[in-house]
Design a protein around this ligand. Structure first.
Ligand code: ZN
Length: 191
């Protein structure tokens, strides 16, 4: 398992990945096994610090992402858009099947206890501040930070955390980097 794998619309997951990935259940959701074990420890430490986090979304199978994608595209076409326009519009907020980090099992969307969906305002909460300070110790990074949109291609997502392993996560957090920068600057040493 390559915990530094880059997955985006230019780098979709190869289909064989789905047969190789090992999953584990964390609070009713699925994660890649090592990422899930680390997430379990993170949630436990958060709770010990008085912070209750909820997993909003974790692993999504290729088929599930495909279903989401097709549903959104047909919804837009019912609304009167051409297929091309519908694909363009949906592509701004939803990843193509195989192009979402959620398809790897390494990504998790987190919220506050009681939340049913991700929130743009999550960054203002104590839960978010706790994650910013502690997630790297468990190998997780804020994957789509503010001001890195040009490099990640994704708007700021205060709820989306990605497992990369503790060593890389600490360097990324300390340097205020995004994964793309880390892969660029440290690739010789780590890959
Ligand atoms: Zn996410």
């Amino acid at each position: 398992m390559d915990y530094l794998m880059l997955v985006d619309k230019f780098n979709p997951i190869d289909m064989g990945f789905y047969d190789r990935v090992e999953l584990t259940e964390v609070n009713g959701k699925f994660m890649e096994s090592q990422a899930g074990n680390r997430l379990r420890l993170l949630l436990k430490k958060a709770e010990a610090d008085g912070i209750k986090l909820k997993i909003i979304s974790a692993y999504r199978s290729f088929e599930y992402q495909q279903m989401l994608w097709e549903r959104e595209v047909s919804h837009e076409m019912w609304g009167g858009l051409s297929y091309e326009k519908a694909v363009e519009k949906v592509g701004r907020t939803l990843a193509l099947p195989g192009s979402s980090e959620h398809n790897t099992g390494l990504a998790v969307d987190l919220g506050r206890e009681g939340d049913n969906d991700v929130s743009d305002d999550f960054y203002k909460t104590p839960e978010s501040r706790w994650l910013c300070a502690n997630a790297a110790d468990f190998g997780f990074i804020l994957r789509y930070p503010r001001l890195k949109e040009q490099m990640t291609g994704i708007d700021f997502e205060p709820w989306h955390y990605r497992y990369v392993g503790v060593e890389a996560a600490r360097i990324i957090a300390a340097g205020g980097l995004c994964l793309e920068e880390f892969l660029h600057f440290y690739s010789e040493k780590y890959i």
